[in-house]
Ligand binder design. Sequence first.
Ligand code: ATR
Length: 262
Amino acid sequence: MEKYLVIGNPIKHSLSPILHNHWFKTHNEDAIYDKKKVEENELEGLISDVKNGKISGINVTVPYKNSVIKYLDKLSIIAEKTQSVNTIFKSDGKVCGHNTDCEGFMLGLMQTKFKTEGKKAFILGAGGVTSSIIYSLKSNSISEIYVSNRTKQKAENLKKIFPDIKILDWGKKPNKFDIIINTTSIGLKENDRIELDFSDCKDKLFYDLIYSGKTKFLKEREILNYTKDGMSMFVFQAQKSYETWLGYKPHIDEKLWDLLSN
Ligand code: ATR
């Protein structure tokens, strides 16, 4: 039986096993997908397990999307450009890192009918997934990207990869923007709130990457603005990971949404 894993810390909240095990079952694959909370010093050993065939594939989540890179033999172009890996697989004896967050994010965004060309984006956060969002928006002709993070240095680090982004102090917002994306973990806990005044915002798209239900960030905006939660991005990035490992696209069916919403 082939073994797949999602690794991170914390990992308890991850719905990836439900998703992938559902797909393995519907496509009659002799495989199992588990979640594992790991410490930084365990990363190298897990990558060796991919090399020696004990593990067939790994998904990487917070906080290791960047730190796992040093143990890999090869990166895909997107993983290289974003310095972020969420999917690990073996090819020609080499352990490779790929990033499916970019495509997952764009496929989610396409469901909203929002057109990126010439628009202004405001991104909250500068954590592990933020470079994927910047890369996707830039690849889809966004005109300006503002990034604001509590720890400004982490936003400045992103500017080293993407020199044309504009950094704002935490608590400030740009005069004009069309889409705002929450890439922080604020909202994971029920009472979490982003302390920014958006009362003057109308007809903008509020996109929250959190997929565990509608956050306050979205709930408080849905009358005057458009909103999108992170569930479809989550499903699409997983579908791309599965395709990377197994070579075909698994079906996104009704049962899958039922499983995820329960
Ligand atoms: P990591 O930073 O380890 O990659 P992450 O979950 O991908 O982890 O990112 C967490 C993001 O949420 C960061 O942008 C973090 O801001 P800091 O860089 O300042 O830590 C942001 N975040 C989490 N809790 C926050 C809070 N209470 N207020 C503001 N930002 C917060």
